[in-house]
Design a binder for this molecule. Structure first.
Ligand code: G16
Ligand code: MG
Length: 220
C-alpha cells in the first residue's frame, strides 16, 4: 500500500527553473557567452556546482575551484533575490489540493530536492507545514540519479521504499526513484518520462484515488 509520497521541488511543486535561468544567464553574459532556454533544460534537477560545470562547458571556459565557488555564490545571490519574492500563487496548479488529500488519507509527505534553497522556497509559498520530512541539497552528498535523497526521505518518515511514490519532472529524478526501489510518477510528457510507472501532465484533477488505481500496489 502507499504509505508515503516524496516530491521533487523545482518542476513539481513550483517552477523555479525560470529564476535559475535568469541568474545563470546573467553569469554567462558576464563571462561573455550566450545561455539559452534550451541550455537551461540541461540544468533541471542538477546540483548547483554541476550546473555551473555544464554552463562553463557550454561557454568553453575553465576556471579554478575557488573561482567556480565564487561564481556559484554570485549566481545564487541573484537567484535568491528572485525566490525571496515568491508568493503562494506560484505553487503549481493542483499541488496544494493533492497534498491536502494525502494528509487526509494519512499518507506521509516528504520533499526530495537537490536545492539548498528548498526551505526558503517552501516558506515563501507557505507549504512548509505540509511536509512531514524535508531532504534537500543541504543534507545529501550524492546527486540524483543516486537514490540517496529519496531513501533519506523514506527513512525520516519511517516507511519502506517499496511503499513510497516519487513525483519527479527530471529523468535523473525518475532514475533515482527506480534506484531506490520506489514507484515513480513523472510530471511532464510521456515522450520524455515514459519509463516512469505513470506520467501525468500536472496535479490538476489528479487524486489519491487515481494514484492508487494506476499503480500496482497490493490493495489493503
Ligand atoms: C533544483 C533545480 C536545479 C538546481 C538545483 C540546485 O532541483 O531543478 O536546476 O540546480 O535545485 O538548486 P540550488 O542552487 O537552489 O541549491 P530539484 O531537485 O528541486 O528539481
Ligand atoms: Mg525537478
Amino acid at each position: 500500500m502507499i504509505e508515503a509520497c516524496l516530491f521533487d521541488l523545482d518542476g513539481v511543486v513550483v517552477d523555479t527553473a525560470k529564476y535559475h535561468f535568469i541568474a545563470w544567464k546573467a553569469l554567462a553574459e558576464e563571462l561573455g557567452f550566450e545561455f539559452t532556454l534550451e541550455d537551461n533544460e540541461r540544468l533541471k534537477g542538477v546540483s548547483r556546482m554541476q550546473s555551473l560545470d555544464i554552463l562553463l562547458e557550454i561557454g568553453g571556459l575553465q576556471f579554478s575551484e575557488p573561482e567556480k565557488l565564487a561564481m556559484a555564490e554570485k549566481k545564487n545571490t541573484l537567484y535568491v533575490c528572485y525566490i525571496e519574492k515568491m508568493t503562494p500563487e506560484e505553487t503549481l496548479p493542483g499541488v496544494e489540493k493533492f497534498l491536502q488529500e494525502l494528509r487526509n488519507a494519512g499518507i506521509g509527505i516528504a520533499l526530495g530536492s537537490a536545492s539548498k534553497n528548498a526551505p526558503m522556497i517552501l516558506e515563501r509559498i507557505q507549504l512548509s507545514g505540509m511536509f512531514d520530512a524535508i531532504v534537500d541539497g543541504n543534507s545529501i552528498s550524492e546527486a540524483k540519479p543516486n537514490p540517496e535523497v529519496f531513501l533519506k526521505g523514506a527513512e525520516k518518515l519511517g516507511v519502506l521504499p517499496e511503499n513510497c511514490v516519487v513525483f519527479e519532472d527530471a529523468i535523473a529524478g525518475i532514475e533515482a526513484a527506480q534506484n531506490a526501489n520506489m514507484y515513480s510518477v513523472g510530471i511532464g510528457d510521456q515522450e520524455t518520462l515514459g519509463f516512469a510507472d505513470l506520467v501525468i501532465p500536472g496535479f490538476e484533477g489528479f487524486t489519491v484515488e487515481k494514484l492508487k488505481a494506476c499503480l500496482p500496489f497490493p490493495q489493503k
